[in-house]
Design a protein around this ligand. Structure first.
Ligand code: NAD
Ligand code: GLY
Length: 367
């Protein structure tokens, strides 16, 4: 097992990474204060892992809340089901909410923990690659609004993150690829040597090689922990973690939540950010193509939806959380391994990026 730390003063917490950790009561109990624990999970994850976790927590007064599965349920109505479960079983202010599932469950359970009786303890047990490398670390919690992704939420840090890499054995291949989008992201924004490592290990990751997965998860979490420790509330460098997300969130919102997976939208969105960085003269065509090939090797889409117009993108991008005083800011790459957040670009470059022929680019790369 590896243990990393997110350093946030009195809100610091460990990230445990290893195989078979789900049943490890010794890792969970130090982070539980009261007698009560509420596990929040969903209909897909519950039959796979809930009983194992319940067994590890058998000494506690346990409530399990099983939510419907899917990004489309990341909303107020589903959040209310968590409060129904907590209040129905009379959970008090010393209860601990445990999120067991992917990023949707982690974001919603974390937001519920932030709100319930004005804040209770919270532990993340992420079971998708995406949630293990990204969403479970850093304390961003929340739900979607029909007009914008993750638009309602809170910064609320967990007491601990427990990553059991063996849960990935049941993850559908499409979801594994979606998680790889966020793994590749760390290489692009702050760890250029990691890109070469990923090029050499992509097949091992897709084959669920345990050593390769653990290495990729630990390196990703270490990068995330560094960034979050430096800028918890996203007043600066943390925004670089959103490479490709402004374009990607526009795709997710326009298509309807859950039609494109979050990681898929981030992949296509990052290809757009790469294109724009190239058009600004910051990265070369071969650097752009190298990154696009990595997304392709991970089985990810690199072409935005054909039916989305530049105007569709601009409408959604106008409500991005990086918009300040009406000004759109984007995460772009100065070079591979160095991201910047900038509003300093000519509108024509953004327009050319939104209108670029990504299908032709794909055609050229695969032929
Ligand atoms: P998800 O939570 O929808 O999980 C994907 C699918 O895999 C679901 O059907 C889920 O039930 C299933 N699943 C989960 N674990 C499984 C397992 N071990 N075996 C089999 N099936 C399993 O999606 P996700 O990709 O994990 O997370 C995406 C969400 O995370 C989005 O809502 C996104 O906005 C959010 N997110 C948040 C942050 C953050 O910092 N808070 C960062 C990135 C993404
Ligand atoms: N996933 C972006 C962040 O945590 O800031």
């Amino acid at each position: 097992m590896q243990t990393l730390h997110v350093d946030l003063g009195e809100r610091s917490y460990p990230i445990y990474i290893g195989s078979g950790l789900l049943g490890r009561a010794d890792l969970l109990t130090p982070h539980i204060v009261g007698r009560q624990v509420a596990i929040v999970t969903n209909e897909t994850v519950a039959p796979l892992y809930l009983s194992q976790l319940e067994a590890a927590l058998q000494g506690y007064e346990l409530t399990s809340v099983v939510l419907p599965d899917g990004e489309a349920f990341k909303n107020w109505e589903t959040l209310q089901l968590i409060f129904d479960g907590l209040l129905g079983a009379r959970h008090d202010r010393r209860t601990t909410v445990v999120a067991l599932g992917g990023g949707v469950i982690g974001d919603m359970a974390g937001f519920a923990a932030a709100c319930y009786q004005r804040g209770v303890n919270f532990i993340q047990i992420p079971t998708t690659l995406l949630s293990q490398v990204d969403s479970s670390v850093g304390g961003k919690t929340g739900i979607n609004h029909p007009l914008g992704k993750n638009m309602v939420g809170a910064f609320y840090q967990p007491q601990a993150v427990l990553i059991d890499t063996s849960t990935l054995n049941t993850l559908p291949a499409r979801e594994l690829s979606a998680g790889l989008a966020e793994v590749i992201k760390y290489g692009l924004i702050c760890d250029e040597p990691f890109l070469a490592w990923l090029e050499g290990h992509m097949q091992a990751l897709l084959d669920l090689d345990s050593q390769a997965l653990t290495a990729a998860i630990a390196r990703s979490c270490a990068a995330k922990a560094r960034v979050v420790s430096a800028d918890e509330r996203e007043s600066g460098i943390r925004a670089t973690l959103n490479l490709g997300h402004t374009f990607g969130h526009a795709i997710e919102t326009e298509q309807g939540y859950g039609v494109w997976l979050h990681g898929e939208a981030v992949a296509a969105g990052t290809v757009m950010a790469l294109e724009m960085s190239h058009r600004l003269g910051w990265i070369s065509a071969s650097e752009r193509d190298r990154a696009v090939r990595l997304f392709l090797a991970a089985g990810l889409p690199v072409v935005p939806p054909a039916e989305m117009s530049a105007n569709d993108f601009l409408q959604h991008m106008a409500v991005d959380k990086k918009v300040l005083d009406g000004q759109l800011r984007l995460v772009l790459l100065r070079q591979l391994g160095e991201a910047v957040v900038t509003a300093d670009f000519a509108p024509e470059i953004l327009n050319a990026t939104l209108n670029a022929d990504y299908a032709a680019q794909l055609e050229r790369l695969v032929n």
